[in-house]
Ligand binder design. Structure first.
Ligand code: BDR
Ligand code: CA
Length: 316
């Protein structure tokens, strides 16, 4: 039996749920994060890269971090949602420890291509922000779909209403043309969208318990960030307010990687509408094809898996 961890490049715009996802990945023995590529989205790309560096260094790990695409391919740049993630992306941290380390000088797209060429068939790309880095990487290396093991992305929605318009999810809406490139490429792709992420409500108490039992700058930073994020989601959705919590969004992409049995899938072709009032909508058609979409999820098991990982011995 193959028990090696999955090698992952994490493409991200940290972001509170991105930070949650990163720490789940670092804590989980079945995942080896071999690089973090950053994009604009929840914050400007410079802040995203700085946050990725900070989150890894305070957790005591040294992983290459690159700064990637700064704006959508075609549409105007969106205003970062400071009311959801904080102006700094991490719930407005009151202070930051000084940390060592510099960014890898390559662009995110070049890093993805270099790593995929060096380890063909080995790497899973987990993408949880707007998809410009992947689109640029495809342009640099058209064989990329055959060099990566698979792509798992948090984004889009099929039946669930959108979170930035009636039909569109934020990561896809923030760069619909890049998303269209990514969905059109012939890789094994799994979309983890709002159809499942809106079913998994994480109470803030989970993160408090982790911070209390594992006293560490990484867990207190995550707890602070999730407190801010939970205020936003609890203010917007009465059923989320009942547990004072938030949606897990990005962490579900990693949960699918390590525990796919927790998800129900639909298969087909995913198209992105790039123009007009439905811009950013992801449309699933057909019943076969290389793409699959998560449509059902065992929410309790996801919560338990997140809690188990964050409470394990992953921090010094
Ligand atoms: C997605 O948008 C971002 O704000 C979150 O980090 C997540 O990736 C949810 O729609
Ligand atoms: Ca994200």
């Amino acid at each position: 039996m193959d028990v090696r961890p999955y090698k992952v490049i994490f493409d991200t715009d940290p972001g509170v749920d991105d930070a949650m996802a990163l720490y789940f990945a670092l804590a989980h023995p079945g995942i080896e994060v071999i690089g973090i590529t950053t994009t604009f989205g929840n914050v400007a790309v410079e802040q995203a890269a700085s946050n990725a560096l900070y989150l890894t260094r305070i957790a005591g790990v040294t992983i290459p971090v690159t700064q990637g695409i700064a704006a959508p391919l075609i549409i105007p740049a969106p205003i970062p949602p400071a009311h959801i993630h904080g102006a700094d992306g991490l719930g407005n941290l009151p202070e930051r420890l000084p940390v060592q380390g510099t960014l890898d000088p390559r662009s995110s797209a070049q890093f993805i291509v270099d790593m995929a060429r060096a380890q063909p068939g080995e790497i899973t790309l987990v993408a949880v922000g707007p998809l410009g880095n992947l689109s640029l990487a495809l342009a640099l290396e058209p064989q990329l779909p055959h060099l990566l093991r698979e792509v798992i992305l948090m984004g889009g929605t099929v039946q669930e209403p959108g979170n930035v318009s009636a039909v569109a999810e934020a990561n896809i809406a923030n760069d619909p043309h890049a998303a269209a490139d990514v969905f059109a490429a012939p890789w094994k792709l799994t979309m983890v969208g709002l159809d499942v992420t809106h079913r998994v409500i994480l109470p803030l108490t989970l993160f408090k318990e982790v911070a209390d039992k594992q006293q560490h700058i990484a867990t207190s930073t995550l707890h602070h960030a999730v407190s801010f994020y939970a205020n936003f989601y609890s203010g917007r959705h009465p059923h989320v307010a009942q547990v004072h919590g938030c949606f897990g969004h990005d962490v579900l992409a990693f949960l699918y990687l390590v525990q796919p049995e927790l998800f129900g899938l639909a298969r087909g072709r995913i198209q992105v509408l790039t123009e007009g009032p439905l811009q950013g909508q992801t449309v699933l058609s057909g019943s076969d094809g290389v793409s699959q979409v998560c449509m059902q999820v065992d929410a309790d098991a996801c919560k338990q898996a997140l809690e188990d990982a964050l409470l394990s011995h992953w921090l010094d």
